[in-house]
Design a protein around this ligand. Structure first.
Ligand SMILES: [Zn+2]
Length: 423
């Protein structure tokens, strides 16, 4: 991805640097050739050359670009689960994914970790973004997801004879699990996304207390993935599914909804990050009825919301790491609403704005495996910066307001916001 040429100085704003430290009231961020050379109080700022570009933050907030830790580029605001794999051909879904990536960047998300995609779309989406062909977040790709036969994602009945190969590789036993990971290795992914457990969305046979993969399958996935330098994560709601994932050596856990004491201990022992994705549950409860979700499904989402919120609070309190991401891409939880996750964590789950922002920046970068480059505002990091008109720490919902974004920057280049767009 291109970076800016020359010097840019961002002035007249409070800076939240992503580490969770209190904001610096009158801060300056200086970027040279796309990298931050200074981020701190204006009093200690270096003198910038006369030809430097100066950006006025207008007394607002300067913070690291946000990071979506559970991004589904190919989920195109579907209204039913089965639409995810058969409604449109992959050609059209690829175009929709490019639109979703552009939207994510416009929403202040300068990086995203994929939580799975149709075919290998996210791998090539990442390549197109890195090559500056299309705008979007810096990405870590996952490609197709892995699930046990008969599990949550195996929803097409056999009489339809269409399989699930587009979105999910279905496995029976460790040999097939290994084979699935080897396919993904060739596809060029970075994160293997699996389905150790079911979900409230599928109450008949794969609800949120059901296991969808065996420990042996999960262990085979991890051993094969780690051998090739890939990381593994999984959709984990049921208590035993979470523990299986942690014992099998997973590098991250999605949701960790019903984590128990033993699970928490395992999690903390290896400092495994969790992405709760709770706003999705809330949106499913509140907006589900207009999309025909049954009362049973909605009750299940209420249970997973209550369990997930409690788990998120416990993990944070115990010193664990949480990423912010939200399973956006359903009709009731559409792309573009990403920052609602952050507001929800403040207003409903009870985190402070500073805690939530650290999860959405520094921890997000750690999950992507790019903490040395992005996620905080510090000398040496890429200048991925979001400048918001207003005090984000006093009102985190400002991050839902794209009209309040002065600039969304990647590598020192203004990509979106009031100051214009390079695309
Ligand atoms: Zn997901």
């Amino acid at each position: 991805m291109r970076t800016a040429v020359g010097t840019t100085a961002i002035r007249h704003g409070q800076m939240f640097d992503g580490t969770g430290s209190p904001p610096v009231r009158d801060a300056v961020v200086v970027c040279v050739d796309g990298k931050i050379t200074y981020a701190g109080p204006s009093t200690g700022a270096p003198i910038t050359p006369p030809d430097a570009t100066v950006i006025d933050a207008r007394g607002g907030t300067i913070l690291p670009g946000l990071i979506e830790a559970h991004f589904h580029a190919t989920y195109f605001n579907v209204e039913a689960l089965e639409d995810l794999d058969i409604k449109y051909p992959v050609e059209y879904v690829t175009l929709l994914a490019a639109v979703n990536a552009k939207l994510a960047l416009e929403c202040g998300y300068t990086a995203a970790r994929s939580g799975g995609s149709l075919f290998n779309v996210d791998v090539w989406l990442k390549k197109a973004i890195e090559s500056d062909l299309i705008p979007g977040p810096r990405m870590a790709a996952s490609g197709r997801e892995i699930c046990g036969v008969g599990g949550l994602m195996d929803w097409n009945p056999d009489y339809r004879k269409i399989g699930m190969d587009g979105l999910v590789l279905l496995v029976n036993g460790p040999d097939e699990a290994r084979a699935a990971v080897r396919k993904l290795v060739k596809d060029g992914i970075e994160w293997v996304k699996t389905y150790p457990t079911g979900d409230a969305a599928s109450p008949d046979i794969n609800d949120h207390h059901t296991l969808c993969m065996t420990f042996e399958e999960m262990h085979a996935v991890v051993a094969t993935a780690h051998n090739h330098g890939l990381k593994v994560t999984g959709h984990c709601r049921a208590t035993d599914g979470i523990k299986n994932a942690l014992k099998a050596g997973y590098d991250a856990v999605e949701h960790a909804t019903f984590i128990d004491d033993e699970g928490l201990e395992l999690l903390l022992k290896r400092d495994v990050p969790v992405v709760p994705a709770l706003y999705f549950e809330h949106a499913s409860i509140v907006r589900g009825p207009e999309f025909g979700l049954s009362q049973r499904v909605i009750d299940g989402h209420q249970e997973t919301l209550d369990g997930g919120a409690e788990s998120a609070r416990r993990i944070l309190k115990a010193g664990g790491r949480l990423g912010m991401g939200g399973d956006y891409g359903f009709g009731w939880n559409p792309h573009g609403d990403y920052a609602r996750e952050l507001t929800f964590f403040v207003n409903y789950v009870g985190f402070t704005p500073s805690e939530v922002l650290k999860c959405a920046t520094k921890t997000g970068a750690e999950i992507l495996g790019r903490a040395h480059e992005i996620g905080t505002l510090a000398a040496g990091k890429l200048a991925d910066v979001l400048i918001v008109d207003g005090d984000v720490l006093a009102d985190i919902s400002l991050l839902e307001r794209r009209d309040r974004f002065i600039a969304v920057m990647q590598g020192g280049i203004v990509k979106s916001g009031q100051l214009g767009s390079s695309f």
